[in-house]
Design a binder for this molecule. Structure first.
Ligand code: V47
Length: 379
């Protein structure tokens, strides 16, 4: 049972969302039709209030962040996704592959900071040898043995297994042995075949992404999940995507966090599309919090939307703002105007300014430091 404030119930009834509010209060699963209604209702503040109530039921005011560092080890990619500004082919301006030594150097450059996670994703390039992936994992751990390595989207893992010419289930223990600790949520885009064909047909299908995630969860690794929204997809395709994530989560329980990724059009083949508005971003957070009743966390990734928007998202269902990041390429190549990094104390201040309680977490949501128990603050 979730206690909804009387004004939230009244607002929901006035907006024609009374039946959905009753289900939310009873902790009942929302249907696909409910999802479409939440996307279409003009009263976004009511959707946000319902999602905010769920967020507070799950996490109170606690708002998570981490001290992390991104490493994008190559931008070579043969998937040619129409939404992507990061990808390069060999010989193109700015194309690069980091050696394992360079990956280690990136980690060593931040040893003076209390980084607990490296987030390591890249393009998909079949000419990279299987041993390369093991070597970059080992290079990270050699540089910083206690760091958590969150690396490789389902799309990259699919390629790594193909390169190794072995099933992923066999390859995963070797990646773990080399240093892999968990996996990020990217590469899911929108699962619907129609959108896949129109925007990223060379990439693994939605079904294949889900099957890869199933294999990863069965191997005992936690992952995140995402949806890239605000391009050519319909509302029904978004609801279907969230429902497919929800069904896999019922089966495996392996997803920790859902992150809506708002499409950034600049320098992409879809540059003529307007991309989502700030209002769309709020709605994605809120609808996801309400539909994904079995995913513990919803993240407002500040890199996508400015810290001010991420603060607002904390009242629309989000309980996490991601981390310090340090160096980001995927969104900045596609026109993001956010800074490359936000220092730890600024994340704390932003969360407090939004009226919430900052909690520094590690990748698996163990508490590193919390404003409500500040004694163990890291230096
Ligand atoms: O896989 C690429 C998307 C993803 C664009 O798991 C784009 O904690 C919008 O997955 N506009 C990478 N989106 C980012 C990602 C992520 C980010 C933060 C945290 C976590 C996590 C995961 O970004 C890609 C793709 O789906 N993407 N280009 C673009 N132009």
């Amino acid at each position: 049972m979730i206690a909804l404030e009387p004004h939230v119930v009244a607002g929901a009834r006035a907006a024609g969302l009374g039946a959905i509010a009753d289900k939310v209060a009873a902790g009942e699963r929302l249907s696909l039709d409910d999802g479409a209604t939440l996307y279409r209702t003009p009263e976004l503040h009511v959707v946000g209030a319902l999602a905010g109530a769920v967020r507070e039921h799950l996490h109170g005011d606690r708002t998570y962040f981490n001290v992390n560092q991104h490493v994008n080890y190559t931008n070579l990619c043969n998937k040619l996704c129409r939404f992507c500004a990061f990808q390069r082919l060999p010989g193109q301006d700015g194309a690069y592959v980091m050696s394992p030594e360079e990956v280690g150097d990136k980690i060593r450059a931040h040893l003076h900071e209390p980084v607990t996670e490296v987030h390591m994703v890249a393009g998909v390039w079949p000419k990279l040898e299987y041993g390369y992936y093991l070597d970059i994992l080992r290079a990270v751990k050699a540089a910083r043995p206690d760091i958590h390595v969150k690396a490789f989207t389902m799309v990259e893992l699919d390629q790594i297994a193909k390169t190794a010419k072995r099933p992923l289930a066999e390859v995963l223990p070797e990646l773990v042995e080399a240093g892999l600790d968990s996996c990020p949520g990217g590469g899911a885009e929108v699962f619907a075949d129609r959108v896949h064909q129109e925007g990223y047909k060379l990439k693994q299908s939605g079904d294949a992404w889900l099957e890869t995630a199933r294999t990863v969860h069965r191997a005992g690794l936690r992952t995140n999940c995402t949806m890239l929204h605000g391009h050519v997809e319909t509302i029904e395709e978004r609801v279907d995507h969230l429902d497919r994530l929800r069904r896999l989560q019922d089966e495996t329980g392996g997803f920790q966090t859902y992150i809506p990724l708002s499409f950034h059009p600049q320098n992409t083949e879809w540059a003529h599309l307007p991309g989502p508005t700030a209002v769309d971003e709020l709605r994605e957070i809120a609808v996801a919090r309400l539909l994904l009743d079995n995913v513990p966390h919803v993240k407002a990734y500040w890199i996508l939307m400015e810290l001010g928007m991420a603060q607002l998202c904390l009242s629309y269902g989000a309980d996490d703002v991601d981390g310090t990041v340090v160096e980001e390429r995927i969104y900045h190549d596609a026109g993001a105007t956010t800074p490359q990094r936000t220092p730890r104390d600024e994340l704390i201040e932003a969360i407090e300014d939004a009226g919430r309680v900052p909690v520094e977490r590690d990748t698996l949501y163990n508490v590193v430091w919390s404003a409500d128990e500040p004694a163990a603050a890291p230096t």
